[in-house]
Design a protein around this ligand. Structure first.
Ligand code: FAD
Length: 492
């Protein structure tokens, strides 16, 4: 009987908990290890996986396939059209190849958990063992509890302190799970090696030539590049300045590790273990402030996954703070469209939305600015923006995205209070001081060489430039929008 590993969002060989355990069992039992990936565009669409992210995953998987082949381990892609057929297709494959044990890393979103529960049931009925593993977080969800009530933390700072204390109490907090061992024989499995990584079929997932060219020029893929990028960043001078510069949009001070973390081409354990192994800090929270702040930022990813695992209602289109479920939103399609296209007349918002559309990436600060603008200035349901982000981000991750939207719109866990409404012009003046980011993404305003005018051309004497170049006037008045948001959030 054979052993299999099912890839979920863990497209790597190194430090992959389930894969290493599957290999261990296969070696002990002297049977081959087979690996499996399910390709279902209907499933990707239902989880709002973006075209850039799908390309990132498929290209990374190609590398996984080549590396596995060197170890004589096949990677088979199961092509499944209908999402509802995924589990029965997996079962059929396992039976066809006499697999007695299936290993996989857990994903904590409700739909993914349900799929695993159903899979466990059907595999049990067929006497196949299913072994799910906690791999994606540094600390697995459910491990940290408040001292007073023993429940999941709903505030980040005390949670973070508990996260640090817990990890520091362990003998081996960042284990490095070994790569799978090579198969000695794969007799009878030859056909599996012929399996190809699919090409996207539906129009939604087919990128045009310009996007393909941009992607290939910009986004390195796969586990080897992820680790190289990580090492370059954590040993760089830039990370030392992370604490001071991470909010400045035009300064490239952040790691850009998010696409790798979101698709599991690197593990969050490895991110922190490599910092410690290279003696870059003395402990998780002690050392150069840039590096300890970066670790803290990586922990936000864990925090949002813990919150999601404990309060699954956030996966079901409900805000974390359920009392904000009935805010009276403006369902203004024209405003929504202008936000999507980056034509709101607020330069910082427009720069960000155009960057998102073209590149699939945004710095954290503009993510917050546009999320706040949609939910508070335009009073459009934050869930529209949440989905739009996932459908465009290369690093889309449900928990972090939902957390970011909840924070910015004031309805999430440990949020920015609803009455703190970002002024887009002030945000822009503060975090894109010279206006370089705006000039890069809003060519209509490029010729404005004025530190105030670039952020708000219509109010600072650059009406002629903006009009000449067809740059729109603000689609909503800032003071009016602010008052309206306060009233609606208060339920007036
Ligand atoms: P760095 O600053 O170098 O941080 C290192 C890593 O820490 C990141 O790669 C990421 O994995 C994690 N991280 C950093 N900040 C956060 C945060 N606030 N929340 C959770 N994890 C964090 N991040 C995603 O990975 N996927 C998303 O879909 C996503 N959607 C967001 C939506 C909104 C509205 C907001 C405000 C934030 C969102 N973020 C999301 C968080 C954050 O903006 C990105 O992780 C970060 O900008 C990625 O750039 P980086 O890798 O250079 O980050």
């Amino acid at each position: 009987k054979n052993v299999a590993h099912l890839f979920t969002r863990d497209f790597r060989l190194g430090d992959n908990f389930a894969l290493s355990q599957a290999s261990e069992l296969a070696q002990e039992s002297e049977v081959p290890l087979i690996s499996l990936f399910v390709y279902s565009e209907e499933d990707f669409r239902s989880h709002s996986v973006s075209p850039f992210q799908l390309r990132y995953r498929l290209k990374s998987l190609e590398i996984v396939k080549q590396d596995l082949k060197k170890k004589n381990i096949p990677l088979y892609t199961l092509n499944v059209d209908k999402k509802k057929d995924i589990n029965s297709s997996i079962l059929k494959f396992l039976k066809d190849y006499e697999i007695s044990h299936l290993f996989a890393n857990i994903e904590y979103e409700v739909d993914e958990l349900r799929q695993f529960i159903d899979l466990t049931k059907s595999l049990l009925e067929n006497k196949i063992s299913f072994q799910p593993f906690h791999d994606t977080c540094v600390v697995k969800p459910g491990e940290l509890a408040t001292k007073s009530k023993g429940t999941q933390y709903a505030v980040f700072t005390p949670w973070y302190r508990a996260w640090v204390a817990y990890l520091e109490s362990l003998d081996d907090p960042f284990p490095n799970y070994p790569q799978p061992e090579a198969n000695s024989s794969t007799k009878g499995l030859e056909k599996l090696f012929e399996s190809k990584i699919p090409e996207p079929k539906s129009d939604f997932y087919k990128l045009n030539a310009k996007s393909l060219e941009f992607f290939d020029k910009t986004w390195s893929v796969g586990e080897h590049n992820a680790e190289k990028q990580l090492l370059d960043y954590i040993k760089s001078k830039t990370i030392k300045l992370y604490d001071d510069l991470r909010n400045e949009i035009s300064t490239d001070a952040t790691s850009h590790m998010s696409r790798h973390l979101a698709s599991g081409t690197v593990s969050s354990r490895t991110c922190i273990r490599l910092i410690l192994e290279n003696n870059l800090v003395s402990s998780l929270a002690k050392g150069p402030s840039g590096i300890t702040e970066w670790i803290r930022q990586v922990s936000w990813r864990d925090f949002y996954k813990h919150v999601m695992a404990n309060w699954p209602h956030i996966c079901m289109f409900k805000p974390f703070q359920v009392e904000y479920d009935d805010i009276e939103w403006e369902y203004n399609l024209e405003h929504y469209q202008k936000w999507c296209e980056g034509k709101t007349g607020y330069p910082i918002v427009d720069a960000a939305m155009r960057q998102l559309n073209e590149t699939g990436y945004l710095h954290n600060r503009p993510r917050m600015v546009v999320a706040s603008f949609l939910s508070k200035h335009l009073l459009i349901d934050w869930r529209w923006g949440e989905r739009y982000f996932l459908e465009h981000l290369i690093d889309g991750d449900f928990a972090s995205n939902n957390g970011g939207w909840g924070f910015s719109s004031g309805v999430g866990v440990d949020p920015q209070p609803y009455f703190r409404i970002f002024n887009p012009w002030t945000q822009s003046e503060k975090f894109d001081k010279n206006g370089d980011y705006i000039r890069e993404w809003v060519p209509e305003l490029r010729e404005i060489d004025d530190s105030k005018g670039i952020h708000n051309p219509y109010d600072h004497g650059f009406e002629d430039v903006a009009e000449k170049n067809d740059y729109p006037r603000p689609i909503v008045d800032h003071s009016f929008a602010r008052e309206r948001a306060l009233e609606r959030y208060r339920g007036e």
